[in-house]
Design a protein around this ligand. Structure first.
Ligand SMILES: Nc1nc2c(ncn2[C@@H]2O[C@H](COP(=O)(O)OP(=O)(O)O)[C@@H](O)[C@H]2O)c(=O)[nH]1
Ligand SMILES: [Mg+2]
Length: 313
């Protein structure tokens, strides 16, 4: 199938075409550039929500509940689970999977777990492309679940309109979130598994950390029991409140612009990195030797490599 035909089917909301397009993104397939070009005019129309936190915190369970909540208002929803432990990829309890299956027959919901198989830019470049595919297919709400463990994952979650950080009760969970760099990116906190002891302490810890921040927006902290659907309505309202805040203050265009700028810079960096090894690998090797032999300093070596890459696009 050529890019234009595939794009046309994605526009029509055809789930198989959408799945196919996301597979092309994962593979970094040769036809990807023309597909993304064809899709681009119809992108940008969703509100994206990132859900992150430690493995097992209940991200997928919450995500499933949010999908149900969003559907109750008739919004079409796309979900990307960039999480190796996600039930969406078959890792969890039957009950979760059955609930997800219910969504699978709903034409207004598209759920997909995603990995990168060949995409040169890794997940941080593949994820925004996959989001665009979902937008082109008509998704009004896009939820991206990532495990908040590495910088790449944190970057992906940060590249959303609204970021939810999920922690669980227990000494240190809030501290872990802080260490992983999740405090800075959270627009809303969920203390999930509030059926367990220590919920109030964890909420207090988070409050204390937020007290030290001088950010304009103060994240709400929602206690939830995702398996019992408790706190989900509060979470939904918190997300809507954050959205309204951003819309009132006119913050969304700048937030979106910022991530496109970052994405462009990443694409260019990735291309140069690729070209460095593909086109100047021998020169890199030779200059490395000269630097080691103290015949050349690293900056001069880098200048020569940059010059070698300068021609051609
Ligand atoms: N006790 C309790 N268990 C929960 C709650 N939410 C999710 N779980 C369970 O925690 C496990 C991990 O949930 P999952 O949504 O897959 O977590 P994820 O790895 O963050 O996506 C599953 O067995 C869920 O059923 C909750 O509020 N309370
Ligand atoms: Mg999960």
């Amino acid at each position: 199938v050529d890019a234009d035909t595939l794009a046309q089917r994605v526009f029509e909301g055809d789930k198989r075409a959408t799945a196919r397009a996301i597979s092309l993104v994962e593979d970094g397939a040769p036809g990807l550039t023309s597909l993304m070009r064809a899709l681009h005019p119809r992108t940008g129309g969703s509100y994206s929500i990132g859900v992150t936190g430690a493995p097992g915190a209940g991200k997928s369970t919450l995500t499933e509940r949010l999908v149900t909540r969003a559907r109750s208002e008739g919004h079409s929803v796309g979900v990307l689970a960039i999480d190796p432990t996600s039930p969406f990829s078959g890792g969890a309890l039957l009950g979760d999977r059955v609930r997800m299956q219910n969504h699978a027959t709903d034409p207004g919901v598209f759920i997909r777990s995603m990995a990168t198989r060949g995409h040169l830019g890794g997940l941080s470049l593949a994820a925004p492309e996959a989001v665009r595919v979902l937008e082109a297919s008509g998704a009004e709400i896009v939820i991206i679940e990532t495990v908040g463990v590495g910088q790449a994952e944190v970057d992906i979650t940060d590249a959303c309109d609204s970021t939810i950080v999920v922690v669980t009760p227990g000494w240190g969970d809030a501290v872990q979130a802080a260490k992983a760099g999740l405090m800075e990116i959270a627009d809303t906190f969920v203390v999930n598994k509030a059926d367990r002891e220590g919920t109030r302490d964890t909420v207090r810890q988070l409050q204390a950390m937020l007290d030290m921040s001088d950010a304009q927006w103060r994240p709400e902290i929602i206690a939830a029991v995702a398996i019992r659907n408790e706190g989900v309505e509060d979470l939904w309202r918190a997300i809507e409140k954050h959205r309204a805040y951003q819309e009132e203050k006119g913050l969304l265009p700048e937030r979106r612009r910022g991530r496109v700028r970052r994405e462009l810079a990443d694409i260019v960096q990735e291309r140069y990195r690729h070209r460095l090894f593909a086109e100047a690998g021998d020169l890199l090797e030779r200059l490395t030797g000269e630097v080691c032999d103290l015949d050349l300093d690293p900056y001069e070596a880098a200048a020569r490599l940059t010059a070698a890459l300068a021609p051609s696009g």
